[in-house]
Design a protein around this ligand. Structure first.
Ligand code: CMC
Length: 392
């Protein structure tokens, strides 16, 4: 019955109603639960923002303490799960390790997979948020051949993650507060972005009443793509390539415009922001600050700034409303913090996790939700008769 709308990429199709994140792409506005991203970036913290996204309101001091304490006691991985990391190949992409591990949480917590049991959803929410940093750091430690560190629950969320990532056993690890603050802020900026590709994947899988772990694992996989979260890694590869080719930024921009080898300016353009990406503005300021503290300046920052300047003055990019997005400068900051490019998208996933959970919970609690099941416009052969094998 009725007609089917053909809308590739769902550019004009709202698949749900949502009260979580508001974006005005033309005005460059982003708000979580009504709060402007600029205010949250300046005054809030990742745990507070996670609470806000998932429960709808900023926590009181008591609620924040209780929530942080709950997270703290769930940071350990099951010992059997810890051994998984011995089995992954050393050069595995950490995003694959991450999605496989999130999926595997469903095998350890079979008592909490029911999407309609409030207590089960609560404990899964806490377990996911508490354990993802542990999983992420183990994926990294595996790749460099260092021993895995148990979480130190006297530390804050980000501090604990940094220690598990960069610390080694029997050696004190000094947390750089500027680095911890910068990472916390980057997680805040990534925490939700309404119906982006990975969040839509989480909702779609969840709409079939798959568990929170199964749904979030799909989100991690979607995020790994270079057109989505994988862009931060791709930006750094692009900057490095420009540097190795002699640093001729204008020549690279000409190649992009000529669509040579189909190359795109990674970290540029956005489906929704057609004016500027408010997250990118905050990240750019931070890149200059964090990179400015380094003993040796990173030549890639200079290339990035030149690239931005040339592109923003070029009609090809201006007429297509292509501006730097959140991923353009984040990679440089992560690099300055000591993360290898392969870990950049994992950091995006750590940040996006509360958004995925909030959107999944909203979807499950929404009486209008139906199983996601798009239609198609069939373009194949008309009906025809089967031809036996010996006559083909
Ligand atoms: N470099 C060169 N040309 C571009 C770029 C780019 N980065 N992005 C879009 N275009 C061109 C595109 O070729 C098209 O040109 P024409 O009209 O002549 O065919 C026009 O601009 C419109 O682009 P579109 O592909 O229709 O836009 P979209 O909304 O489908 O894609 C996008 C959005 C983000 C996938 C795309 O801009 C892109 O591939 N950017 C590079 C990857 C990237 O940085 N992704 C991160 C996105 S932000 C964070 C996140 O979601 O993870």
């Amino acid at each position: 019955t009725g007609f089917v709308t053909y809308d590739p990429g769902f550019v004009n199709t709202a698949a749900c109603t949502s009260a979580i994140t508001y974006i005005d792409g033309d005005a460059g506005i982003l708000r979580y639960r009504g709060y402007p991203i600029e205010q949250l970036a300046e005054k809030s913290s990742f745990i507070e923002v996670s609470y806000l996204l998932m429960y709808g309101e900023l926590p009181t001091a008591a609620q924040l303490t209780e929530f942080s304490d709950r997270l703290r006691v769930h940071t350990l991985l099951h010992e059997d799960m810890r051994r998984f990391f011995e089995g992954f190949p050393r050069d595995a992409h950490p995003m694959s390790v991450l999605s496989a591990s999130v999926s595997a949480l469903g095998t350890f917590y079979q008592d909490s997979l029911d999407p309609f049991d409030h207590d089960q959803v609560e404990i899964s929410t806490v377990r996911l948020l508490a354990k993802l940093p542990t999983i992420a750091s183990y994926a990294y430690k595996k790749s460099i051949g260092q021993p895995l560190l148990y979480p130190d629950n006297s530390l804050g969320y980000v501090e604990n993650y940094l220690r598990m990532t960069f610390g080694v056993p029997a050696t004190a690890y000094e947390i750089d507060p500027v680095m911890a603050k910068a990472l916390d802020l980057l997680l805040v900026l990534h925490a939700d972005h309404e119906q982006n590709c990975s969040t839509s994947a989480v909702r779609l899988v969840g709409s079939a009443h798959a568990s929170l772990f199964a749904s979030v694992s799909s989100g991690v996989n979607a995020l790994s793509g270079p057109l989505h979260g994988g862009a931060n890694e791709a930006v750094l590869e692009m900057l490095e390539k420009i540097r190795l080719d002699g640093g001729d930024v204008a020549a690279f921009v000409r190649k992009v415009k000529a669509r040579e080898d189909g190359i795109k300016l990674m970290g540029f353009g956005h489906r929704v922001y057609k004016n500027y990406d408010p997250r990118a503005a905050i990240v750019k300021g931070m890149a200059q600050e964090v990179l400015g503290r380094m003993a040796k300046p990173d030549p890639l920052l200079d290339i990035a700034m030149q690239l931005e300047e040339i592109a923003l003055a070029d009609d090809f990019f201006v007429s297509r409303k292509l501006y730097p997005n959140v991923d353009f400068y984040t990679g440089l900051i992560y690099k300055a913090m000591g993360f290898p490019p392969k870990m950049f998208t994992v950091l995006f996933a750590l940040g996006r996790l509360p958004g995925w959970i909030a959107q999944w919970r909203e979807m499950i609690g929404d009486s209008a939700t139906k199983i996601g099941r798009p239609r198609q416009v069939y373009t194949g052969a008309p009906v025809r008769d089967f031809i036996p094998l010996d006559q083909r």
